[in-house]
Write a protein that binds this ligand. Sequence first.
Ligand code: PEP
Ligand code: MN
Length: 363
Amino acid sequence: MAKNWELVPVADWGFFTLPRPMVIAGPCSAETEEQVMTTAAGLAREGIHVFRAGIWKPRTHPGSFEGVGSEGLRWMKRVQKELGMKVGTEVASAKHVYECLKYGLDYLWIGARTTANPFLMQELADALQGTDIPILVKNPVNTDIDLWIGALERLYGAGIRKLGVIHRGFSSLEKTAYRNAPGWQIAIELRSRYPELPFFADPSHMGGSRDFLPEISQRAMDLGLEGLMIESHCDPSCALSDAKQQLTPDALGRLLASLVIREKDSDSVDYRENIDQLRAQIDILDENLLFTLKSRMEISRKIGLFKKEHNIAILQTARWDELLGEMVSKGQGYGLTEGFVKDVFNAIHEASVQVQNEILSQD
Ligand code: PEP
Ligand code: MN
């Protein structure tokens, strides 16, 4: 288990200059040699020295741009040699791993769709056995922390000791403003179980739009995560994949400069209990509460319309008393007092009744 894991600390990988955030940046996809070199040079000018670019792209629909393939590895090699940057890409099969090792890439990452697949994870772990290349594992597309941990265990089992994780959010049924629901609580859970794993956030895939990058990046820093992986393209509007979420290197430089980094002493006992991190966790729960309240209100409205259509009375006191009783006893199971549960649910119920009354009074 986690406590027995002996990992090479990220500070010893020779990749990042501290302080936080450690930044990995580059285009969603390598498209042309010129695009790769121009973007990488721009990033180097911003003081970013760890480059990313997708060479094989997992696209939802066939016929979309699926990456340039091995040819792009030569361009990555140029970035490494000419600009002195560390270079890495996403691997999803043993063949990808062998190609990347042949070209001497510095690190690899595992994409969200691959982490979710134990067969592929085992194939990758087997292909990586005996190497010491750093591997970053993105969260699986679905909110299953054990799939994420299982993927890490397979790599650890294959002898990988330079391991890290990237949190990029989750697919969800509910439509949210972000491309992928943050599900920060899962990241927090993984972090508390495996505090030694270097932790990156991927605001680009989480947000899906340039507009959300500052708030997500700041939140990642407030949660005490070590790094950011952000997509950057020399000409985002022309990108062949993920055009809406990429930033030019100088816009990325400005974003990074705007982040407020509340540094903590990582050796102090209360490092993980830092008040800023706890507050950030409360903010996340409050946002989840608001979202739940909004969803509940939408359903209330639908019930109101149904009642109106079928001439049913809005206030059904007996049903509410029964439900409230059940909530109180469930709440007590969670250590919440009767008074608190009643106050909260009566307020919610009152707001619902009010909405339904408004519906009834409309023609
Ligand atoms: C990517 O990093 O370009 C990518 C495909 O990400 P994810 O696996 O998070 O969807
Ligand atoms: Mn992308």
